[in-house]
Design a protein around this ligand. Structure first.
Ligand SMILES: [Zn+2]
Length: 245
């Protein structure tokens, strides 16, 4: 079973809406979580509580007056989280992302656009796994705190998407919702959505560049990363440049 942990970034006042996700093979979750727990032990040795690796909160913590977590340590920790992603077993971790350029899709529900696109990409990934002799089902897991009011709507939409496409071949049943403060994997999805948002909203590619190679790709095409924008042929981002269709 592959579990796809999804997080979002970007609100109505931004130009872009982002869904970032990490697909983790069930057997790898414990090992990857332990690496992140070890980072907490290293950076916050005196904190008895679980420190949530949410990038914005970590940054805020580093900026607090009198904090013993410095900005330098913040950047180092961000690099270390990226290294956990890059260093994971190739079969065990794959990234997905959908970036919606809002002005290209006026009067549309940008969350639905991104969510539908991501479901299709994840399903195609699982179909490819099946064809290569590694059949595996997939399960979607979303951050409960970010979507509390939307949970019912998303579950309903998900079923509608499945109906619209005929069938979601490999994604089981309905999405689950997890608390981000207890799931290191949701926190990794937060990192991915943060890196995508920084790149597409502000042009800061530092974090995304480190992890781009871990998005699902074959033959140089970034199947796992989609930039939904009109006049895509004029965009020079990695996702647009890698596509010829
Ligand atoms: Zn692009």
């Amino acid at each position: 079973m592959h579990l796809l942990y999804i997080d979002e970034s970007g609100s109505d006042e931004h130009t872009n809406f982002v869904l970032g996700a990490v697909a983790v093979f069930e057997g790898e979750i414990e090992q990857i979580s332990k690496q992140l727990d070890d980072l907490q032990t290293h950076y916050f040795p005196n904190d008895p509580n679980l420190v949530e690796f949410h990038v914005r909160e970590l940054r805020a913590r580093s900026l607090q007056r009198g904090s013993n977590f410095t900005q330098q340590e913040f950047f180092k920790l961000i690099d270390d989280i990226a290294s956990v992603i890059v260093g994971a077993h190739p079969f065990g971790l794959t990234l997905f992302g959908t970036v919606v350029h809002r002005p290209s899709y006026p009067d549309q529900d940008h969350y639905n656009l991104a969510f539908e696109d991501m479901c299709k990409r994840f399903d195609s990934f699982l179909v490819a796994k099946h064809k290569s002799g590694h059949p595996s089902k997939g399960l979607l897991i979303l951050d409960r705190s970010a979507q509390e009011s939307e949970i019912q709507r998303i579950s309903t939409e998900f079923k509608a998407f499945g109906t619209r496409w005929g069938k979601l071949y490999n994604i089981v049943d309905a999405p689950l919702f997890a608390e981000s403060h207890t799931s290191r994997m949701i926190q990794l999805a937060d990192f991915v959505s943060y890196a995508l948002f920084r790149r597409y909203e502000f042009g800061h590619a530092r974090d995304l560049d480190k992890i781009t190679r871990r998005f699902h790709q074959t033959d140089g095409v970034l199947h796992g990363l989609k930039h939904m924008i009109s006049r895509r042929e004029e965009c020079m981002c990695a996702a647009c440049v890698s596509r010829v269709e």
